[in-house]
Design a protein around this ligand. Structure first.
Ligand code: FES
Ligand code: MG
Length: 569
């Protein structure tokens, strides 16, 4: 070793400061040799009973520790804020950047040499990666892994996706409320994340495709013994990574992001991946824009999982998981280094597929051209996105009248009115759900279909908003309109009865109202009063970037890799 290990600036000092750092740690029974200069590995854990998707992470942390000790390192586990997607109001996304700050400052302030990130639920994976990237110590991910397939009355049911289907069925009078309630316990029956290809499994798949985890990390079920073994192997590997000084900035290159975009198309991944990848790119200084997502638009849907297909993550795992997908994408993948300190090809070499209906070959896909489409026009000058694999093809090229909900309360109060003046062709517009407006850009973009149309059998309509939608959701839903209404975007000016043109093939989203009329409306427009006037939420509202820039806080973009030299006592 030529360079003094980072942790030795804490634990290698033979003075008052070294005494303090070591002595207090020794109250946990760690022997002298734990501080002898071996790599100290932080295990950054988002375990929480309020984040049920991450409830298995205490066990996985023990697996990581075994591997770290075995490789001659010293593991230390620490908690960071956890974000329970299904439990937090107004939305876990409001706190993604707060988790990223917590992770970044914890890593920087403590005497560790490398980090294992234990996350899983939607916002925990990007929040942890963003924070770790801004310090840039050697880092590797172990994900929660998906729950076992949901089961109800002998059939597989998928997290999220079937909730949306069941709740529409109840509204249509096709399912009893009792049956609806009975499905709850069958849907979530083990530790782990949503077992559809929602945001959690999407982000885990992209982490694997970007080379930030060991191969097979994304799909192994949370309770599969092989995940514990993977945690052990990850613990061993991070110790080696510290000695190799292999950092996120070596792995998260433009090419790695491009591989993630290609993979997102092939797995039918979540629209949320867009904001998360953009924010992460901002941290590592990679120039990624919405336009870069268009490289995925010609990639077919290979993974036949809900919400775009019919299977679930257990099936995806048993069919071979992400390595098989990468093997299919081989002609398109960019060379990129991974946590193995090898090219991404080492992540998929020799991958075998064991079920060709779950992971389709390139020449027999579930759907052709599945990647996300970016839409632009006067209604979204900085872009909006739509997920064709989860949409109704016929609705992707339309011109129709808008019906506008001014905010979420307006929508909730009126969507089920029998006299709502809408037809199946109406374009539903929702305002006030962007990063600043809600705040936090919640997953409400897949507005419910108006009750009177549900009863007529309508199951999809065009919906346009500045919100996000759940990765488990489906429909012809145009999301992330930027700038958002609360920031004075054109969306704020739309009125019921205006014509809107949508063309996914041309990448257009146009409000067909003339400029003079829009100028008049703009002059009369006022933003709503902010929903929060103090605390973190105020900081967020004052500093959040728009969706096309990843909705990070403006002052968090970039990194600071300096060693902290000032002592506390
Ligand atoms: Fe946590 Fe889906 S709600 S992963
Ligand atoms: Mg979600």
């Amino acid at each position: 070793m030529t360079k003094k290990r980072r942790s030795q600036h804490w634990y290698g000092k033979l003075d008052k400061d070294g005494f303090i750092h070591r002595s207090w740690m020794k109250n946990q029974g760690f022997p002298d040799h734990a501080f002898d200069g071996r790599p100290i590995i932080g295990i950054c854990n988002t375990w929480s009973e309020l984040t049920p998707c991450n409830s298995g992470l205490r066990d996985l942390a023990e697996g990581v520790k075994r591997g770290v000790w075995e490789a001659g390192g010293f593991p230390v586990e620490f908690p960071v804020m956890s974000l329970g997607e299904t439990q937090m109001k107004p939305t876990a996304m409001l706190f993604r950047n707060l988790l990223a700050m917590d992770v970044e400052e914890s890593i920087r302030a403590y005497g560790i040499d490398g980090v294992v990130l234990l996350g899983g639920c939607d916002k925990t994976t990007p929040g942890q990666l963003m924070g770790a990237a801004s310090v840039d110590l050697p880092s590797i991910v172990v994900s929660s892994g998906p729950m076992l397939n949901g089961k109800y009355r002998g059939k597989d049911i998928g997290s999220g996706t079937d909730v949306w289907k069941f709740s529409e069925a109840v509204r249509a009078g096709e399912m009893t409320l009792q049956d609806f309630m009975n499905a709850e316990s069958g849907m979530s029956r083990s530790a782990g994340v949503c077992m559809t290809m929602g945001t959690a499994s999407t982000m885990a798949s992209l982490v694997e495709a970007m080379g930030m985890s060991l191969p097979t990390n994304a799909a192994l079920p949370a309770v599969d013994a092989r995940r514990m073994a993977l945690a052990h192997l990850t613990g061993k590997r991070i110790v080696e990574m510290v000695d190799e000084d292999l950092k996120p900035s070596d792995i998260l290159t433009k090419e790695a992001f491009e591989n993630a975009i290609l993979t997102n198309a092939a797995v039918g991944g979540s629209t949320n991946a867009v904001v998360h990848l953009l924010a992460l790119a901002g941290r590592v200084g990679v120039d990624l824009t919405l336009k870069d997502f268009e490289i995925g638009s010609g990639i077919p849907l290979l993974v036949n999982c809900m919400p775009s297909g019919k299977y679930l993550m257990e099936d995806f795992c048993y069919a071979g998981g992400v390595p098989v997908v990468l093997n299919e994408l081989k002609p398109f993948l960019r060379p990129a280094k991974t946590v193995l300190n090898k090219d991404i090809s080492a992540h998929y070499e020799g991958a075998e597929c064991f079920n060709r209906d779950v992971i389709r070959p390139f020449d027999d896909p579930v759907k052709p051209a599945a990647g996300l489409r970016v839409l632009r026009g006067n209604l979204a000058p900085n872009g909006a996105i739509v997920k064709p694999s989860a949409a109704t093809d016929a609705l992707l090229e339309t011109e129709a009248d808008a019906y506008v909900f001014e905010n979420i309360e307006d929508l909730k109060a009126n969507i089920d009115r029998d006299d709502l003046p809408v037809t199946a062709d109406t374009i539903l517009v929702l305002k006030g759900c962007g990063p600043k407006g809600y705040p936090g850009m919640p997953e409400v973009g897949n507005m419910p279909i108006p009750a009177k149309l549900v009863k007529e059998g309508v199951r999809d309509m065009i919906r346009v908003s500045d919100a996000r939608m759940s990765g488990t959701a489906f429909g012809t839903v145009i999301l992330h309109v930027s700038p958002e209404a609360q920031a004075g975007g054109t969306l704020a000016l739309v009125k019921t009865g205006d014509r809107i043109r949508v063309s996914a093939s041309k990448g257009e989203l146009e409000l067909l109202v003339d400029e003079a009329e829009l100028a008049t409306r703009r002059a009369a427009w006022q933003p709503d009063d902010p929903h929060y006037t103090r605390g973190y939420a105020k900081l967020y509202i004052d500093h959040v970037l728009q969706a096309d820039q990843g909705a990070d806080l403006d002052f968090l973009v970039g990194k600071d890799t300096r060693l902290v030299t000032r002592e506390s006592h």
